[in-house]
Ligand binder design. Structure first.
Ligand code: NAD
Length: 478
């Protein structure tokens, strides 16, 4: 097995250590696998200076050349897939097969945004004779980006690709629990010839770093993926400086299962998808609203498949679900299950920590959960599904919309009128029918309500990283 990488900050084109470091743990074994350098204020100031210079250089580079750097870096990451995936499994715990797919997804984000960089067209506005009006899209400047621990590679790839493709520079603070994915991104871009200062990578104390970076004039966009609470805090900080934000926050995805669907296939798909990444996905299907006529059959199949999930260390090729990424999630899930039980929910399978070494949690299915249980409103962010019966599509849509979140939502039906009602009425940035896939590099991803705003991916994605400039050019002085 490839060893876990030696961890560094990456500032102004150089990999460096810091004055202090902290352990990185393997969540399956709780063993230390690396030491993470913690950036101090002087490191952050170096990163800010580097990013300011990096932006001056990079904004003048032709879009096709920017794209070529991203394509080269993606090719390197594809070559290094096994090494990167092994590191991700060690620091995050997910099965190696899922880590491999994540590396490829990260590469696809690079490749999509590289292509889009060459198509950030402006437009010509019809004007009077002797005048030319046009609209240009230009890179916004230095981006301060914060990526979470649930997808150590693909999450930072999204933000880095968007910024670099658009001609911005970026200071990325990746998750302290899972630094290797971001380090590998920096290595690939470094080896692909990215000029110094365009990408800077730091780790440390999240609140100190965000507080220092966001107050700087040179930082022109704050891009964050993580919890709604932290997103609101960073948005408040950014508002003091009128700095725009791109916020990809929590979700509590509903799944509406209509009476006409293939019950067996829908239940198995739901159970398997729920347990992917141990449920630590902002689009994870969580609140299953199933028509009462098929509820028993659906719940029975779902519980059987969920309960059969093979849980263990992600390096074992048979394992389907690894541990939770950190010990905080064990306490959070246990509290939600206990509360639901007290309020009258049925625990159909799971509900507890597994073993006492490693942050393993049982695949958990709750049924007939009352509306006043906390888990009906709070995102569990773990391997926990709620299955409740509904009498009609109207009731399901009303329940789907009854949380503060609006990121992903899913429906299972073959009826065109049902699809139409769901698409029209569900409050979410992403609605998927007969699939639990919510986002691809070529589709715009983001939320409404407390799930945030702005979109990543698709043709819309790069607009966050650009300003729109209106040009009025009179051919003579008027
Ligand atoms: P948390 O709220 O403490 O942290 C969430 C993320 O924000 C982490 O990556 C953390 O490093 C970062 N963070 C925290 N405070 C910050 C600050 N002041 N400035 C900058 N970054 C900061 O929660 P947690 O225990 O790490 O994660 C659990 C919750 O986070 C989940 O309930 C889920 O809602 C959310 N989460 C969402 C996503 C997502 O993809 N949207 C990913 C990871 C976590």
């Amino acid at each position: 097995m490839t060893p876990y990488p030696d961890l560094h900050l990456y500032i102004n084109g150089e990999f460096r250590k810091a004055a202090s470091d902290l352990p990185v743990l393997n969540p399956a074994t709780e063993e230390e696998i690396g030491r993470l350098p913690h950036a101090e204020k002087s490191d952050l100031d170096d990163a800010l200076d580097a990013a300011e210079q990096g932006f001056k250089t990079w904004r003048k580079v032709a879009p096709i050349e920017r794209a070529n750097v991203l394509y080269r870096a993606a090719a390197l990451m594809r070559e290094r897939q096994e090494e990167i995936a092994t590191a991700i499994t060690a620091e995050h715990g997910k099965p190696l097969s899922q880590a491999r797919l994540e590396v490829i997804r990260g590469c696809e984000f690079f490749e999509w945004d590289a292509g889009e960089a060459t198509r950030t067209y402006g437009r010509i506005i019809p004007s009077a004779p002797g005048a030319r009006y046009s609209v240009h899209h230009q890179p916004i400047g230095t981006v301060a980006a914060f990526s979470p621990w649930n997808f150590p590679m693909s999450q930072p790839c999204r933000k880095v690709a968007g910024a670099i493709a658009s001609g911005c520079s970026i200071i990325l603070k990746a998750a302290e629990e899972t630094p290797a994915g971001a380090l590998h991104i920096a290595r690939a871009l470094h080896d692909a010839g990215l000029p110094p200062g365009v990408l800077n990578l730091v780790f440390g104390t999240p609140a100190e770093i965000s507080d220092h970076l966001i107050r700087q004039d040179s930082v022109r966009l704050v891009a964050f993926t993580g919890s709604t609470a932290v997103g609101k805090h960073l948005t408040t900080l950014a508002a003091q400086h009128m700095t725009p934000v791109l916020m990809e926050l929590g979700g509590h995805a509903p799944v509406i299962v209509c009476e006409d669907t293939d019950v067996e296939a829908a239940a198995i798909s739901g159970a398997e998808r729920k347990m992917r990444n141990a449920g630590q996905v902002c689009t994870s299907p969580t609140r299953f609203f199933v028509h009462e006529s098929i509820f028993d059959a659906y719940a029975e199949t779902f519980v059987r498949r969920a309960g059969a999930t093979i849980v263990g260390n992600g390096v074992d090729p048979d394992v389907e679900m690894g541990p939770l990424a950190n010990d905080r999630r064990i306490g959070a899930l246990t509290d939600l299950v206990d509360d639901a039980r007290e309020k009258g929910a049925e625990i159909r399978t799971g509900g507890s920590r597994l073993g006492d070494t490693g942050y393993f949690f049982e695949p958990t299915v709750l049924a007939n959960v009352p509306d006043n249980a906390r888990v009906m409103q709070e995102e569990p962010f773990g391997p926990l599904a709620i299955i409740n019966p509904v009498a009609s599509l109207d009731e399901a849509i009303e329940k789907a919309n009854s949380v503060p979140y609006g990121l992903a939502a899913y429906g299972f039906t073959n009826r065109a009128d049902y699809v139409d009602r769901m698409v029209e009425s569900i409050e979410a940035g992403n609605v998927s029918i007969n699939t639990l896939e919510a986002s691809l590099p070529e589709t715009p991803f983001g939320g409404v309500k407390s799930s945030g705003y702005g979109r990543e991916g698709g043709t819309e994605g790069l607009h966050n990283y650009m300003i729109t400039k209106n040009i009025m050019h009179s051919l003579s002085i008027v």
